[in-house]
Design a protein around this ligand. Structure first.
Ligand code: BGP
Length: 476
């Protein structure tokens, strides 16, 4: 059997602007909410802030040379809105747009397809100060100015636009992914209101991309939810969780309406977003073309009695197994839990390549759109050995198993156009600074000491190079 991937399959990897670029206030860039959030997290937890990150702003040519060496044919990155419009209005910072022109030109000169994300958590800070950022519907108009300018600027260069990164994760971890003023943080309806504004912004982006002759789709952090047991009530709880955590987003992107069960649940709980007449029609007129999947793990749920208290997703930021701070609970709808059948990372993320295969199969049946993987990876403590090596065999195992899962789904007819794991180079983790690493390339810095951000090829770098050279046939 020929195990090769299709001839034009896109092999690459992913990053996002504030997590790699640094130069947070250089060449006219304005602050983004991530500059503020990460400096607060630096104060509180000692994680690195976003001011230098992986210094990609200054070293992008060196990074692209490494991508070329690995044989990349695609690279997913994001465009920092606040680099181009420092105040979030319509006044362009010429040096900011020039950086992305140079980056895209360098990628193209190396035959690497640039796949930009328009929004990856980094709203211009002045918009938070002006009207509370995503809390206000006003943000959609400002987003449109930014998206229109950027899409038009690169209309001859970009085939695939990724609209907004991980709305579902933003709803779950809203204060980490958005700056929410303390006085609003107890109003959980605002989680879903923010998401509604993002749905409008993402439909605007799809419309603009289509007008420019490109394709567009969202990147969603997608984890399938299994039932903890085969009891019918647990199966139903898993269905509820899938509706609220997954279909609630995908139905908007690919069908143009909110998932009925999830929306009804939110209405009864007083959490549903306020909409205006015509919003769902606007979604339906601007459906996405493909689904960019960010897949790390699967989840598990069981039935939840009516009397339970509502709780939001917990997390593990210590990197010690079992340190999860709690599980999302929606009384009489579902409660999330650990899956006893699966291995986990040090941060308690389940490792489940079959879950990815399940996602492809399930979603292709329901929505029939092409997929690309825009994130998939293992966050780990990497060790730089005295002779300058990083032996990350655990990462190689993880990536191998997920590539194999991708191939199995493709062998059953699922359309997958590319695989861009997280992350191309080490970067500022959204939850753990530089302690938790994902890259194929090691960045020699720590949370406390930026050093020179020297680039060091990990074992996974050489392994991935062989994978790409063999078009997916040499995985061992
Ligand atoms: C996704 C985000 C990325 C990335 C990744 C890993 O949710 O899109 O930006 O950071 O998760 O998460 P973390 O850094 O918290 O381990």
């Amino acid at each position: 059997m020929n195990n090769a991937f299709p001839k034009d399959f896109l092999w690459g990897a992913a990053t996002s602007a504030y997590q790699v670029e640094g130069a947070a206030q250089e060449d006219g860039k304005g602050l983004s909410q991530q500059d503020i959030i990460n400096s607060e997290r630096h104060e509180k937890f000692g994680f690195a802030d976003a001011s230098v990150a992986s210094d990609h702003y200054h070293k992008y040519k060196e990074d692209i040379a490494l991508f070329k060496e690995m044989g990349f044919t695609s690279y997913r990155f994001s465009i920092a809105w606040s680099r181009i419009f420092p105040n979030g209005d319509d006044v362009v910072n010429e040096a900011g747009i020039q950086f992305y022109r140079d980056l895209i030109n360098e990628l193209k000169a190396n035959d690497i397809e640039p796949i930009p994300t328009l929004y990856h958590y980094d709203l211009p800070w002045p918009l938070v100060e002006k009207y509370g950022g995503w809390l206000s519907r006003e943000v959609v108009k400002d987003f449109e100015v930014f998206a229109k300018y950027v899409i038009n600027e690169f209309k001859d260069d970009i085939k695939y636009w990724i609209t907004i990164n991980e709305q579902s994760i933003i709803v779950q971890y809203w204060t980490q992914k958005c700056y929410v003023l303390p006085e609003y943080q107890d109003d959980n309806q605002l989680r879903y209101q923010i998401n509604h504004h993002m749905n409008l912004a993402q439909a605007v982006a799809v419309k603009l991309a289509h007008e420019a002759g490109a394709l567009a789709g969202p990147a969603l952090g997608y984890a399938p939810v299994y039932a903890r047991t085969c009891k019918p009530e647990d199966q139903l709880a898993a269905l509820n969780a899938n509706d609220l955590r997954n279909a609630y987003y995908l139905d908007v992107y690919f069908r143009g309406y909110y998932n009925v069960a999830a929306l009804t649940y939110l209405q009864k709980a007083g959490l549903a977003p306020k909409m205006e007449a015509g919003d769902e029609e606007f979604f339906a007129e601007n459906l996405s073309d493909f689904f960019a999947i960010n897949y790390y793990d699967s989840q598990c749920a069981h039935a939840c009695p009516e009397g339970e208290e509502r709780r939001w997703s917990g997390y593990n930021i210590s990197g010690k197994k079992g340190d999860m701070s709690g599980f999302e609970t929606h009384p009489s709808f579902y409660q999330m839990c650990a899956n006893p059948e699966l291995r986990t990372t040090d941060w308690d993320w389940a490792i489940d390549p079959i879950g990815l295969e399940y996602v492809y199969r399930d979603l292709y049946t329901r929505y029939r759109v092409p997929f690309m993987i825009t994130e998939n990876g293992l966050g780990a403590y990497d060790e730089l050995t005295p002779d300058g090596k990083v032996h990350d065999d655990y990462r190689i195992d993880y990536l191998r198993e997920h590539i194999q899962a991708t191939k199995r789904a493709m062998d059953l007819g699922v359309e997958v156009v590319g695989y861009m794991p997280w992350s191309a180079i080490d970067l500022l983790s959204t939850s753990n600074g530089y302690k938790k690493r994902y890259g194929l390339v090691y960045i020699d810095r720590t949370d406390d000491d930026v050093k020179e951000c020297k680039r060091i090829r990990k074992d996974s770098f050489y392994w991935y190079k062989d994978v790409i050279a063999s078009n997916g046939t040499k995985l061992d």
